[in-house]
Structures are given as structure tokens and as C-alpha cells.
Design a protein around this ligand. Structure first.
Ligand code: SAH
Length: 215
């Protein structure tokens, strides 16, 4: 059977990403991920809107433009070992995986982790390791990471994750409280252990919930 090819809605989305200044390599990576696979049946028609959508458990699949901006900020290459906190639907993971050597991704909801893993397997993405647990502890056995991406809003830059970042490594994380929009922050770890922080603008994410949280 012939390959079905990209969904027609993808063309409009790609145009919107381009108009917002997203660079070609990131556009190509996103064109290859069928976003409709990552949203529930009820939201199929909206899969290519540039919007966050519900994925159950009070969580959302990230907005495509924000996925693009975070992916771009990570400046990935095929030698990068990457940690993602907040697997959610697995959409951001599917965009990242082909751009890096290996991706480790943590999700606190077991049902979401299982669904994300099934989607990644269906897409024959084999360089992703998933774990169910509290991402605020990072993944110490696999540290250090060249890149870290947090896809839920933290109140402050998590020091544990800075510790697990390699020197010269990059972390992107939305910072702010859950009642408001947050600032997307890029953290570069310097040779002396210090960090260089760049503000990348407003974003809106569901909260990062530590182990003792109830969300
Ligand atoms: N990147 C995802 C969007 C995830 S939404 C996508 O593309 O679909 C944020 C996710 O972070 C939610 O699924 C939420 O359950 C998860 N999360 C929140 N706090 C967490 C924590 N402490 N550890 C692991 N996952 C967490």
C-alpha cells in the first residue's frame, strides 16, 4: 500500500511555523511527525491547529510553535544525549528523537507514559527510553545530559536538573507559577559550574508537579 503522506492540515501549520520564523531543519523534523496520532479521536480535526489540546489527566499536548521554539533552542546534533521531563502524549519526544542520539523521557502518569511509548513504537522510533516517575529528581543513572527539556512549568530553575546537565549543555524550561503564563528560559551550563540564562519569551504550560503534588 502506498504511504499515505502528510495530513493536508500539516501544510497550513508549516506555513504558520515559517511565518513565525521557525528554521527549516526544525520544520522538516515536525513535518515528519503525524500530530494526529498524538491527539484523541475527539480532537482529530484540531490536530493541526497551532494550539495545545487536552490529552487526559488534566494534561495537554504542547502547542506546535512552542515545540518548534524549544526544539530550536536546544541546538541538537546527532551526538546529543537528551533528557525530557513531561513525556505527555510523546509528541515532543517524537520531534526530538530523530535529531539526537538518545532521548530519556520521564512522565509521572503511567497511562500517558504507556500511550506515548506505544505511539513511538508505531512510528519506529527506537532511540527513546521512557520512565514513569518524578522528573524533579532527573535521571541520575544516565546523567550527565547534553540537553534537558522540561515541558511543564517549574517555579524556579530546578537545581537537580542543572546538576545533571553536562558542561556546555543546554536546558530549556518554562519558569513561572501555574496561575499565569510563564517565561521560557534557556540555561547554558558554563565550565565553572555557573549558568548563563536567556529569556525566550512567554509560554503557557501545565504545572510541573513534584512527587508530593496532587495535580
Ligand atoms: N511534551 C508533551 C506535553 C506534556 S504536558 C507533549 O508533547 O505532549 C506536561 C507533562 O508533564 C504532563 O503529562 C505531566 O503529567 C508531566 N509532569 C508534570 N510534572 C511532572 C513531574 N514532576 N515528573 C514527570 N512528569 C511530570
Amino acid at each position: 500500500m502506498a504511504h499515505p503522506g502528510p495530513h493536508p492540515g500539516m501544510m497550513q501549520l508549516v506555513l504558520e511555523l515559517r511565518q513565525n520564523g521557525v528554521a527549516d531543519p526544525i520544520i522538516t523534523a515536525m513535518e515528519r511527525v503525524p500530530r494526529e496520532m498524538f491527539v484523541a479521536q475527539a480532537f482529530q480535526e484540531r490536530a493541526f491547529e497551532n494550539a495545545a489540546l487536552p490529552i487526559g489527566h488534566h494534561q495537554t499536548i504542547s502547542q506546535p510553535l512552542v515545540v518548534a521554539q524549544m526544539t530550536e533552542a536546544l541546538a541538537l546534533n546527532d551526538r546529543c544525549k537528551v533528557l525530557e521531563i513531561g513525556t505527555g502524549s510523546g509528541y515532543q519526544s517524537a520531534v526530538l528523537a530523530p535529531l539526537c542520539r538518545r532521548l530519556y523521557t520521564i512522565e509521572r502518569h503511567k497511562a500517558l507514559q504507556d500511550e506515548a511509548l506505544a505511539r513511538l513504537q508505531a512510528l519506529r522510533i527506537h532511540n527513546v527510553t521512557t520512565r514513569c516517575g518524578d522528573g524533579s529528581k532527573g535521571w541520575p543513572e544516565q546523567a550527565p545530559f547534553d540537553r534537558i527539556i522540561v515541558t511543564a512549568a517549574a517555579v524556579d530553575i530546578p537545581p537537580v536538573l542543572v546538576d545533571q546537565l553536562a558542561v556546555g549543555g543546554i536546558m530549556v524550561v518554562p519558569i513561572g507559577d501555574e496561575q499565569h503564563d510563564q517565561r521560557l528560559v534557556k540555561v547554558v551550563k558554563l565550565a565553572d559550574g555557573d549558568t548563563e540564562i536567556t529569556d525566550l519569551g512567554w509560554v503557557r504550560f501545565v504545572p510541573f508537579v513534584p512527587d508530593d503534588g496532587h495535580a
